[in-house]
Ligand binder design. Structure first.
Ligand code: FMN
Length: 219
């Protein structure tokens, strides 16, 4: 008798477990069959966010705004370009600073031009490979780039990069500097530059915005 009662009880337990098991299976089936369940929507949204973030990382171009400036005009222009583009600033610092005196600077400039010198630079760009677009700014010296800017351009590999020149001057525009730039960086795309008189930089913000917009740099 005791055996019969135990047997009936075991059968009852087996029946109960089978019923529970079916229920669990049914629930999980419902989740996977219904793509619009809350869990599924959340997972889809997370995946789609990750995808668009990844796309943003791929598409966003990195800008470097490198410049040389002795008396601050080109520096001001560089800072404005950086603030409008979000690009990183890099000042080309000469190992031997240029004199504050104008005549002494002209004397040194003539010497460097006549010797086709490459004055040394005290600092360096950590990872040039990181940047897609390099703005390069300089004052017009003798209708050309100061020779220290040639030093800078010869120090890195700009192959395949976009170079955008900008320049301040005393009325001579870019002079012949764009020819010098193209010769030095033959494997780069050189975009149309921006130049203005050194004493007018502060009133150029609108023109700078217009010029930057016309370049289509993010395309
Ligand atoms: C050595 C030297 C040579 C210059 N040669 C020219 C020139 O040929 N044409 C010109 O328009 N301005 C010339 N300038 C004027 C500078 O280009 C101008 O003042 C510029 O805005 C200075 O920029 P910075 O303040 O960034 O150094 C010369 C200035 C110096 C010091």
């Amino acid at each position: 008798m005791k055996r019969i009662v135990t047997g009936v009880f075991i059968l009852f337990l087996v029946g109960l477990c089978t019923a529970c098991g079916n229920n669990v299976l049914q629930n999980s089936k419902t989740d996977s069959e219904n793509p619009q369940s809350d869990t599924q929507i959340e997972a889809d949204e997370a995946a789609s966010n990750e995808e668009s973030e990844a796309q943003e990382i791929v598409e966003k171009k990195e800008f470097l705004i490198a410049y040389f400036s002795r008396t601050g005009n080109t520096k001001e222009l560089a800072e404005e370009i950086s603030s409008q583009t979000g690009g990183e600033l890099f000042e080309i610092v000469p190992t031997e600073p240029y004199p504050a005196d104008y005549d002494e600077t002209v004397e040194r400039f003539r010497r460097e031009r006549d010797e086709n010198a490459r004055p040394t630079i005290a600092n360096s760009v950590k990872d040039m490979a990181h940047y897609d677009v390099i703005f390069i700014g300089f004052p017009n010296w003798g209708d050309d780039m100061p020779h220290i800017v040639y030093t800078f351009l010869e120090q890195y590999d700009f192959t395949g990069k976009t170079i955008v020149p900008f320049c301040t001057n005393g009325g001579g525009g870019f002079g012949n500097s764009i020819e010098g730039l193209s010769r030095t960086c033959p494997n780069s795309k050189i975009f149309e530059g921006f130049e203005c008189s050194g004493n007018r930089v502060q009133s150029e913000n609108g023109n700078i915005a217009e010029w930057l917009g016309s370049l289509g740099l993010e395309e």
